[in-house]
Design a protein around this ligand. Structure first.
Ligand code: IMP
Length: 201
């Protein structure tokens, strides 16, 4: 009989649930990924991995199920890795994509094209309830550079100003299928998938 592996995704975001079902479905036989509407922790970790683990721990404790979570953002080399874990609120408390993008572009105004390297980073965490050695986290990076102006209508966040390595288009000019092939989330959850297969019966 085929196994069913039920996991909860520690996020209230329905789009993220769809995206991770697309990414993990082909990698993990029998996976059933369900949404989560329980309490979310304060994201006060000091790294993407800290924050992903905080979220997965909270969902595992609340549901009693194995939980996965992610935390992601954009890291710009010349800014020492910032916005990093502050990506969602870089442009101020409104947390708007537009404000985030505008501030980052303004900060890089005088930075020439050779020094605009950046990466989208994602930490993917798995936490199992009630067992020892119950946490694992994998990080995926999608390298690229920051454009001079926004382009493209797809995606969200910093996609319009992120040019993936080997591309002339921005991430917002890629189709969602193309982005799924390459993205930091695909890389992080691709690395986490063998752990899920081994640890979640
Ligand atoms: P979260 O960890 O998925 O909530 O993402 C944090 C922030 O990082 C988002 O608000 C976006 O600004 C940025 N970010 C994360 N992933 C992406 C992406 O795939 N494209 C564009 N921006 C992203």
């Amino acid at each position: 009989m085929a196994v069913t592996r039920t996991l909860v995704l520690a996020s209230h975001n329905a789009h993220k649930l769809e995206e991770l079902r697309r990414i993990l479905g082909p990698l993990i036989p029998g996976i059933e990924l369900i949404g989560y509407d329980g309490p979310e922790p304060v994201e006060n970790g000091l790294s993407f991995a800290d924050n992903a683990l905080l979220k997965a721990r909270a969902a595992a404790a609340h549901t009693g199920l194995p939980a996965i979570a992610d935390d992601s953002g954009v890291s710009v080399d010349v800014l020492g890795g910032m916005p990093g874990i502050f990506s969602a609120r870089w442009g101020g408390p409104a947390r708007s994509d537009r404000a985030n993008v505008d501030l980052l572009l303004w900060q890089l105004t005088d930075v020439n094209d050779d020094h605009r390297a950046a990466g989208f980073v994602c930490a993917a965490a798995l936490v199992l309830p009630d067992v020892d050695d119950n946490e694992v986290c994998r990080v995926g990076v999608w390298p690229g550079k920051i454009a001079r102006e926004p382009r493209g209508e797809h995606g969200f966040g910093y996609d319009p100003i992120f040019i993936p390595e080997g591309e002339t288009r921005s991430a917002a000019e890629l189709s969602s299928e193309e982005k799924d092939q390459l993205s930091h989330r695909t890389r992080a959850f691709g690395a986490l998938a063998p752990e899920i297969r081994d640890r979640v019966a």
